[in-house]
Design a protein around this ligand. Structure first.
Ligand code: AMP
Length: 172
């Protein structure tokens, strides 16, 4: 299944800007067997550990995290770009190539000690997931694993994360 997933991912050169090779996961989403296979493998990254909530990162992370949560019988919590969540939020900033971005989580989305699986589609520089980890640490969460469908290993994003917790299905 891992190789079938790898073969389905489409490299789009120059999107969203010059010099970036965008990993397009929509061919996986559009194929029932591949989508289910991707969710199977992401669920395995939890290693059978108890998970209270799956936290997904805006926006492609939501697609995978919500399906994983349903499969594990866990809740789902969104981490969103600033200004999208309606209730009181905690925020964390992270560096982009130029300037910074901010992500938010509802202040009551996770209770201290809850066991969290953090999911996103892709780990690049680690800034986004690093900010999500900061938010979860701030709420007293216990992070079980930080799971990605794709890890761009050459960007060393896991160095910005508790790397023993990082579990990726596909490495480039
Ligand atoms: P980063 O914060 O650099 O680890 O970037 C991770 C976030 O940006 C993820 O939410 C990805 O969806 C997105 N992303 C970054 N680089 C790519 C890429 N080459 N292809 C697809 N998505 C990307």
């Amino acid at each position: 299944m891992v190789e079938r997933l790898r073969n389905a991912i489409r490299d789009v050169h120059g999107f969203p800007k010059e010099g970036i090779v965008f990993k397009d996961i929509t061919p996986i989403l559009g194929d029932g067997a591949l989508f289910r296979g991707s969710i199977d493998l992401l669920c395995e990254t939890a290693g059978g550990a108890k998970v209270d909530k799956v936290v997904g990162i805006d926006a492609r992370g939501f697609i995978f995290a919500a399906a994983v949560a349903d499969r594990l019988g866990a809740g789902f919590v969104p981490v969103r770009k600033k200004g999208k969540l309606p209730w009181r939020c905690n925020e964390a900033a992270y560096a982009l190539e130029y300037g910074e971005a901010v992500v938010e989580i509802h202040e009551d989305a996770v209770r201290p000690g809850e066991r969290i699986l953090l999911v996103d589609d892709l780990l690049a520089t680690g800034g986004t997931a690093g900010a999500a980890v900061k938010l979860l640490d701030g709420l007293g969460a216990e992070i079980v694993a930080i799971s990605f469908l794709i890890e761009l290993s050459f960007l060393s994003g896991r160095d910005k994360l508790p790397s023993d917790k990082v579990k990726s299905v596909l490495h480039y």
